[in-house]
Design a protein around this ligand. Structure first.
Ligand code: ZN
Length: 251
């Protein structure tokens, strides 16, 4: 009998209480104010999401702060997330639903003026489209101060492809910062696979943290039971990682 190893994303994850109790997280460089993390002069930002909800989970608080300060925001929705229900939902209907959830979430963040560009690349199929994605991101990020993208070490192939494409494509004048998502699930405090030495904390204002929580609540397709024993994509334990008063970014 062979032993079946679960992918780290499918295995039980690290409880948020473990992260909360880890002094290393609180010790990451940060600042007393969200706008004082080398981000004070950001007047425009492109946010790259591999799937609808990545942008909110990983950087929704910062997006809210930037929107409140009048920064120009552009969301590049790389896929429409049609693959999240493992065949238990009609892909076209699911894509439509998730796209609408993104629009509602932007409104919740106070970022409804962001322009949304949907690339329509295949969910769970980005690895074969990296060059095409990189070319699109080079074009779509030109002239922006900041590019926020999924972390290229996140252990989700679509996230890693989106992060690599952003790092590769975005011009020097635009600062690239990556946000981890699944890392909070599969890693444990001090995990050597995470470049903690480069990470920094972005503290969120109370209104921004509240807006982020409301925005996460817009993604019912991801927090509801998918049926067939699959459970939700985002369990309550996973969501707990994203309701902190800080976000962590990796240069
Ligand atoms: Zn994702």
């Amino acid at each position: 009998m062979s032993r079946i190893e679960l992918h780290p994303i499918d295995a039980p994850g690290t409880d948020e209480s473990a992260w909360a109790a880890w002094p290393g997280l609180a010790a990451l460089p940060g600042a007393a104010d969200t706008r004082d993390c080398g981000l004070a002069h950001v007047a425009s930002a492109v946010i790259v999401a591999a799937h609808p909800d990545d942008e909110v989970l990983g950087a929704g608080g910062l997006m809210s702060v930037l929107a409140a300060s009048g920064a120009r925001l552009r969301l590049v929705a790389v896929t429409d997330g049609e693959g999240s229900h493992s065949g238990r939902a009609d892909p076209v209907a699911l894509a439509r639903r998730r796209t609408a959830e993104t629009i509602a979430a932007l409104r919740a963040l106070g970022a409804e003026t962001a322009d949304v560009i949907r690339l329509g690349l295949p969910d769970r199929g980005l690895a074969d489209r990296e060059a095409e994605l990189a070319a699109a991101l080079a074009r779509l990020s030109a002239g922006f101060d900041l590019c926020l993208a999924p972390w290229d070490g996140d252990m989700h192939p679509d996230h890693e492809t989106a992060g690599r494409a952003a790092r590769r494509a975005v011009r020097r004048a635009t600062r690239v910062l990556c946000y981890p998502i699944w890392m909070w699930h599969w890693a444990s405090p001090g995990d050597p696979r995470v470049p903690w030495g480069r990470a920094f904390r972005v503290p969120l204002t109370t209104p921004a943290a509240g807006r982020k929580r409301a925005a996460i609540g817009c993604f019912a397709s991801q927090t509801e039971d998918r049926g067939g024993g699959l459970g939700p994509v985002l369990t309550a334990g996973m969501v707990a990682h994203f309701t902190r008063a800080t976000e962590v970014l990796l240069p």
